[in-house]
Write a protein that binds this ligand. Structure first.
Ligand SMILES: [Zn+2]
Length: 275
């Protein structure tokens, strides 16, 4: 009978998960620079969690609370702590950031303007970087975001997140997203439900859409040839956001996909189911 009741419990859990849409598959726990620390939180009520002064998403799965801590790519490995506010009672929760090796990618780009933009564009580029930084820090205190992402475009993963880039012999910022190899004009779709936070046309990223999935979980799509959504618009999982392209400073058509957790760009592959 013990076995029967265990099986019954599992079946009930499975049916409940199916009835709730089973949308909340947590991202993979990988506490490294550019990764995510998935921290289980004690307590019955929804706590608020901060890391490095920035609010972080808190999600509930199978009746347990988890904080998703976005770890900046430039973090130093070692002990870290998140601040947990449980209805006014503050405590800290410790975790360790481990080292991760990111490979170096050396590229030769014939158009020198793509490597070092002309000085007359410096002001525009600084302003756009500030706009991007502000968008990345956006936090809406909405219900828990869906974290079970679908691939936003049908293409193989090409340039991975975190590549250290050397362009024409000069060190540049590491790769903050994941590139999907797609031809121009292919549909780009929302990986999960959300609201369009911004539609921009940036010097480097080109036509760009930013989706707010809630609680500091954001996704960004760059180098689009067309945009099919407007700021403030709600989008369902799989909704068309636009079409892939090579707008901005791109060497060819591809989708540059960025995932932001609590203010930091993290490896989008942590949200994808492994084949
Ligand atoms: Zn890219």
């Amino acid at each position: 009978m013990k076995h029967a009741s265990t099986i019954t419990r599992h079946l009930v859990g499975l049916l409940l998960a199916l009835a709730c849409g089973a949308a909340l598959a947590l991202p993979r726990h990988l506490p490294v620079p550019g990764g995510i620390a998935v921290l289980e939180l004690a307590g019955a009520a929804a706590p608020q969690v901060h890391f490095d002064g920035r609010p972080q998403p808190v999600v509930r799965e199978n009746g347990r609370w988890f904080a998703l801590i976005g770890i900046p790519l430039d973090s130093v490995p070692g002990p870290q702590q998140a601040t947990v506010d449980d209805g006014g009672r503050q405590r800290t929760q410790a975790f360790t950031v481990r080292a991760r090796h990111y490979p170096t990618q050396r590229l030769t780009i014939p158009d020198a303007r793509m490597v070092t933009p002309p000085p007359e564009l410096a002001e525009r580029i600084v302003a756009e970087q500030q706009r991007l930084d502000a968008l990345k820090r956006h936090f809406s205190p909405s219900p828990a975001p869906a974290t079970d992402f679908a691939l936003p475009a049908a293409g193989r993963l090409s340039a991975r997140f975190g590549l250290r880039r050397v362009l024409n012999g000069e060190a540049r910022a590491p790769h903050s997203g994941l590139d999907l190899a797609v031809a121009g004009g292919q549909p780009v779709r929302a990986p999960a439900a959300g609201t369009v936070l911004a539609v921009e046309d940036f010097y480097f990223a080109g036509r760009t859409v930013v989706i707010d999935h809630g609680q500091g979980l954001l996704t960004l799509y760059a180098h689009l040839s067309q945009v099919a959504v407007a700021p403030g618009q709600a989008v369902a999982r799989g909704a068309a956001l636009g079409a892939s392209g090579a707008s901005g400073r791109a060497t060819g058509p591809h989708l540059h996909w960025v995932v932001v957790v609590g203010g930091s760009a993290v490896d989008p592959e942590l949200f994808l189911r492994r084949p």
